[in-house]
Design a protein around this ligand. Structure first.
Ligand code: ARG
Ligand code: GLU
Length: 713
């Protein structure tokens, strides 16, 4: 079996290269390369994927809560996304008594579905290129003059759209501002939790397996979109009814074969494929390592207490997972950039462009000089932002600081105050001051030790010792509004934020005396004066040159198929189901099976435990219609689709537009694909639809959900 795969890979690989996939690609759905997709095996037309006038697959794909992607899989608005995308919601409904994170949650019927105030999904109903209108008159302008005219033009274009009351238009720059596209968006606001497996399925392998192949994670959760009686978006109401979609995805449980055509339809967040070599080098040697080092310290400290204490585990579960996620990704990214010689490749590419177009040299020289000048500021920016993000007490202090500044400038209003209070209240709900004191103490020491004095507040050298920091912070905490322990108006911020804000003038006065506010102010001031202004000023010069460099790449490199970097807009990536050969003599198959879960099983382990019922099903081989040709249930598979963060939860479709998988990750050796896609190593990882249905049907006994779907056998 393995041997055959290797042979197949050897035969197929050159074929993929010939199809122009060597750069990856996340394409705007109105500009698909239909011919190449059909050559790779697609049986439907590009119009069936995206048609603004008629129901098409796009009507089943939504952006989930501003970050992930989700898709509709029933005529009643049933929504599928990743467990890790719904994690925050699952956590919010969980407590030590009702631990849906550990045990899973399955509504018995629609009445049992759980509301999630604030959660939204966005449909894209139309896409229009508006470059000519937005860029009109700017050809000979630069800098602020160009920006101002573009802003005026944008407003004009925006106002020109005829919209229904429930629609809005968002215009996004593409190719670093060389083009502009308008998106018509409909936002639904009543999104209810329907089902989620236990974390031992939905997050199986947790951080150890995250970003790693071979994988065995059932990373899915289900929600439902509710609408008003006219099937339109509405705020939550018990009178709302399940949304009737224009299109929903049939779910295929056919066996997969290596080289099957697939495409991923979703909202990739951010890539930077067109940077100059110097920028990639700085990411690799400076900013990624800095951010990794801060997170490493935070994660270690949290982990100790989370393992020892259930309440802390639940409180910090979602935050920990999100900090750990990019920490690990950056490590993989740095390795991958080195291994694929991204900098060397980019340098060669720059020389080849210069040979064809001498003007490119001026651009590259300019970018080299600017990135070199910016490097120390970029490094401090990476440290500062990560320290503030991970030292929670300081990030809390910063929120209060923002409030103090707008209050004193007379700029607070009811709306901003309500949202601040809500934000703070939910922050304190999941905040453990004593635990964070340890994190903050260590991060202050790290920052003081790693950063040149010219970037730091005077006397900051006193923070070089983490033990001394801890004693100081513990002392400060006792008498601080920020830490949630000093009471104001008879309440503390941790227990009753409304009371603490009842008299804003008094609050501001108390905050001015707060030791954490004082420290945060010093840190912010020194950061702003030493770094932020300079960084931003250099960045705006870089932006001008990067826009020019992008245009020059497109004019000069006529053979390369260009797609715009990801920017959280709707895209299609396509490729083939495929394994890989990531290292000498190592071959990765394209699919894992349920027996692999049992190979990894460590009873009682926080990452690799397996629920008893799943073990029972495995032992009884009770797989129903969900096994494949091997006689087992397939769990995850890989393909050559170019994806990134934001593609989590994206539908993976077959040649006919049926759902075959749920995107949730990439493999370690290919995570540099955000900067340098390499077809040899870059693979997206998906949950097999057979495993999803198997868990819903056999594990959760939620047949009522299966009955809603259209299953393709
Ligand atoms: N790596 C995947 C993504 O980027 C999954 C993350 C969730 N899992 C985790 N262990 N943190 O989002
Ligand atoms: N897990 C990622 C997400 O949350 C998707 C995987 C990737 O970055 O490719 O969007």
């Amino acid at each position: 079996m393995k041997r055959r795969n290797i042979l197949l890979a050897a035969i197929i690989f050159p074929a993929v290269m010939a199809f122009g996939q060597q750069y990856g690609g996340m394409w705007i759905p109105t500009e698909l390369n239909e011919k190449e997709m059909k050559d790779l095996g697609m049986k439907i037309s590009a119009k069936q994927i995206f048609d603004p006038a008629k129901p098409s697959i796009k009507d089943a794909v939504v952006q989930f809560n501003g970050g992930c992607t989700a898709e509709i899989i029933s005529p009643q608005g049933l929504l599928l996304t990743n467990h890790h995308c719904g994690y925050g919601q699952i956590q919010k409904h969980s407590s030590v008594q009702n631990d849906y994170l550990s045990d899973g949650f399955w509504a018995k019927n629609m009445g049992g579905e759980l509301a999630n105030p604030g959660v939204t999904v966005d449909f894209i109903t139309d896409i229009k290129e508006v470059s000519a209108e937005v860029l009109a008159g700017t050809q000979n302008l630069e800098g602020k003059a160009a920006e101002d005219l573009i802003r005026t033009n944008l407003e004009k274009v925006q106002a020109g759209f005829k919209l229904e009351p429930w629609q809005k238009v968002v215009i996004k720059p593409m190719y670093y501002g060389n083009k502009y596209y308008a998106y018509v968006i409909e936002t639904f606001k009543d999104i209810r939790l329907v089902g989620a497996p236990p974390s031992s399925i939905g997050k199986f392998g947790s951080d150890t397996d995250n970003w790693v192949w071979p994988r065995h994670t059932g990373d899915f959760a289900m929600f439902r979109i509710y609408a008003d009686k006219n099937n339109r978006p509405a705020e939550y109401s018990k009178d709302n009814v399940p949304y009737k979609p224009k299109h929903f995805l049939p779910v295929s449980i056919k066996d997969k074969q290596e080289n099957d055509f697939t495409f991923v339809f979703g909202f990739p967040g951010r890539t930077t494929e067109y940077l100059p070599a110097i920028a990639v080098e700085k990411i690799m040697t400076d900013t990624d390592p800095a951010m990794i080092s801060v997170r490493e310290v935070a994660l270690k400290t949290l982990d100790e207490k989370m393992r020892a204490d259930d309440e802390t585990r639940i409180k910090y579960a979602s935050k920990y997972a999100s900090v750990a996620n990019y920490w690990k990704k950056w490590i993989g990214e740095v390795e991958g950039l080195k291994k694929s010689d991204a900098v060397g490749k980019k340098k060669k590419y720059e020389q080849s462009l210069i040979a064809k177009n001498p003007q490119v040299k001026t651009t590259i020289d300019g970018l080299n000089a600017l990135y070199t000048e910016q490097a120390p500021y970029a490094l401090n920016r990476a440290y500062y932002s990560e320290v503030i993000r991970n030292a929670e007490t300081l990030s809390l202090a910063n929120q209060y600081l923002n409030f103090m500044q707008s209050y004193e400038a007379g700029k607070t209003d009811d709306k901003s105050m309500t949202s601040l209070k809500n934000r703070l209240a939910s922050f304190y709900k999941d905040y453990d001051g004593a635990l964070d004191a340890k994190v903050t103490a260590k991060l202050l020491a790290l920052y003081a030790n790693k950063t040149p004095q010219s970037f730091l507040p005077t006397n900051f050298a006193q923070f070089k010792d983490e033990n001394a920091n801890l004693s100081l912070i513990e002392e400060w905490s006792k008498n601080s509004v920020v830490s949630g322990r000093k009471s104001l108006n008879g309440a503390t911020a941790a227990t009753d934020i409304q009371k603490v804000f009842a008299n804003p003038a008094e609050l501001v006065k108390a905050l001015k005396d707060d030791p954490f506010i004082k420290l945060a102010t010093q840190l912010r001031t020194s950061y702003m004066t030493s770094t932020e202004d300079k960084y931003a000023q250099l960045q705006s010069q870089i932006d001008v040159l990067q826009k020019r460099y992008m245009a020059q790449q497109m004019e000069t490199d006529k053979d390369r198929p260009f797609f715009p970097d990801a920017n959280s807009t709707l895209r299609v990536a396509y490729g083939q189901v495929k394994g890989s050969n990531p290292r000498d003599a190592v071959y990765y198959g394209y699919q894992t099976h349920i027996s692999g879960i049992m190979e990894k099983y460590v009873p009682g382990d926080y990452e690799f435990d397996v629920p008893k019922k799943l073990i029972d099903l495995y032992q009884a081989k009770d797989y129903g219609i969900y096994k494949d040709k091997t006689g087992e249930v397939p769990v995850n598979f890989t393909a050559t689709n170019h994806t990134t963060g934001g593609n989590s939860g994206s539908p993976v479709l077959d040649a006919h537009g049926n759902l075959i998988g749920l995107n949730f990750d990439r493999q370690w050796e290919g995570t540099m694909s955000d900067i340098n896609f390499d077809p040899r190593f870059s693979r997206n990882i998906m949950v097999d639809t057979k495993y999803i249905l198997f868990i819903i049907d056999k594990y959760a006994d939620a047949k009522w959900l299966i009955n809603e779907m259209k299953i393709v056998k």
